[in-house]
Design a protein around this ligand. Sequence first.
Ligand SMILES: Nc1ncnc2c1ncn2[C@@H]1O[C@H](COP(=O)(O)OP(=O)(O)O)[C@@H](O)[C@H]1O
Ligand SMILES: [Mg+2]
Length: 299
Amino acid sequence: MTYSGRPPYIVCEDLFKIYKVADLEVVALRGLDLTVEQGEVVAIVGASGSGKSTLLNILAGYDTPSAGGVSVGGKDLLRLTAGEVEVYRREDVGFIWQQTSRNLFPYLSTLENVALPMMLTNVSTGQRRQRAEELVRLVGLGHRMDHTPERLSGGEQQRVAIAVALANHPPLLLADEPTGELDDATAAEVLDLFGTVNQEMGTTVMIVTHDPDIAYKVGRVVMIRDGKTSTEIRRRVTFQRMTGTAETEQPLEEFSLVDSSGRVQIPREYLEQSKIKGRARVSVEDGKVTLVPEAPTDE
Ligand SMILES: Nc1ncnc2c1ncn2[C@@H]1O[C@H](COP(=O)(O)OP(=O)(O)O)[C@@H](O)[C@H]1O
Ligand SMILES: [Mg+2]
């Protein structure tokens, strides 16, 4: 799968996450496989409760899987000590939450919010200010340096949140429905900003989103269903970076994902059309796999 010869930047292998609530077990991820190349922009889509946030939280080092393997940038996240996880969260990932208010300190200005994550690194005060200013300009808010969040619009707040997430120049940016609270036009602008960041800084970006146009904006959209990656839409272009504007004339190709154990999710409408229920005969001929219902149905 790698074109560069390098191992993929993100590797999730057969990830399981089981939450225990009182006596109940909730399976949030059930055998999820996913690889992402360095510098790729990947959108994650899927119904509410399908496991998108769980996946992002694991990649961010906020949570650990119940089983399976996960590595980011060659680091096995399950083998990091508590101290190493802290450094990983601070230096290797930037995270943007859906709730604009959760991303920023209300009593700090734009510039102070962006400079804050640098406090724990050995960057001098002067350098901190300079880098924070650069980032604020990158997200298009050079004219809002001294504003506190309450004086910014929702879209502006998310722009600041992106600058905050980038403060320590992490190679990976994770955003969990960052445009969920924004109107469509503002949402499109914020999504485009992720493309700019990807192009300017080479950051690998993973965004959970409901934006219907997203497939035209990013090279790859992965659909999660019931805690597993199910289908993937790729644009038929060689570059993987975001282009900023939706290129709706680009052909899209949808693929079903086949995991390492050979499992694949068959779309529900195909099951209905083929009347396959519970069992099917599987055969391969001329390089094509065919599934036929166990016996003809009476309907
Ligand atoms: N902390 C938690 N405790 C118990 N159940 C949880 C917790 N977080 C998520 N879940 C459950 O795991 C499943 C996946 O949740 P989540 O990853 O938040 O989905 P999504 O982000 O796709 O909406 C859901 O059934 C959800 O209720
Ligand atoms: Mg979620």
